[in-house]
Write a new protein. Structure first.
Length: 240
């Protein structure tokens, strides 16, 4: 009997859970909207906008490539050396020259944190990205690297060439934060938390509300009767 009772207590009635969600639907909707508004406000006013611009570079291991036909060996060697070029662009040797050439209050370490260099797969191309809360600074730094990196890399790696394919353009819109995405995330989290609260409140509520609840708790004992709810209206007739 005790086992049946424990099973009855722990039983999750999906219908009750659904009704619990419906009964707290207003709360769930309000919580969902509140989370969406909070996430939107935080994105708009508390998180700084980040702007990004890019420079594309072409690399080759043959310094006389302009006047010679490139063979497969040159292309293969250049492709394998791309990772080396990536590290060189991030090196102090290059970034120190960049800091010296721009009239901005940044140290070499600051510039290093702003830039990201990656190789375009199966090509001799590099993509340099610069992110900054100031779009003008991102633009200036990116093009300063584009101006300084090729000559510095050629100086360090004899026989290599680096050419700028596309210079950076000044970014107009921030890449971060994505306010719309954050609002949608807030709405989703608000809805999930609201539903979880509704379900948990139902699961933790052990109060008896109906004859069915009694039957589940004590299945072996029949219900003899129930006390109906009596509503007394306070009218003038009753007072008389």
């Amino acid at each position: 009997m005790s086992e049946n009772r424990e099973e009855a207590i722990n039983e999750i009635d999906l219908q009750k859970i659904f009704l619990a969600i419906l009964s707290k639907l207003k709360f769930i909707i309000l919580l969902t909207i509140a989370f969406g508004i909070i996430f939107g406000l935080v994105s708009k006013f508390l998180i700084k906008d980040v702007y990004q611009t890019q420079v594309s570079l072409y690399v080759n291991n043959n310094k006389d490539a302009v006047s010679q036909n490139l063979d497969a060996g040159d292309i293969s060697a250049a492709t394998m050396l791309v990772s080396t070029y990536v590290h060189l662009i991030n090196s102090n040797a290059v970034l120190d020259d960049v800091v010296s050439s721009i009239d901005l209050d940044y140290e070499t370490e600051d510039i290093a944190k702003m830039i990201s260099v990656s190789a375009i797969e199966d090509t001799q191309m590099l993509m340099l990205s610069v992110s900054n809360t100031n779009p003008d600074h991102a633009y200036i730094i990116a093009n300063a690297i584009a101006d300084k990196a090729p000559s510095k890399i050629t100086e360090i790696m004899d026989g290599s060439t680096v050419k700028v394919v596309d210079y950076a353009v000044k970014p107009d819109t921030p890449v971060y934060p994505n306010t719309l995405k954050n609002i949608l995330l807030g709405l989703f989290l608000g809805a999930i938390i609201g539903i979880a609260v509704a379900v948990m409140s139902e699961m933790l509520d052990n109060s008896i509300k109906s004859e069915e609840d009694i039957t589940k708790l004590i299945p072996d004992i029949p219900v003899i009767g129930i006390i109906p709810e009596i509503v007394v209206k306070n009218t003038e007739e009753n007072r008389g």
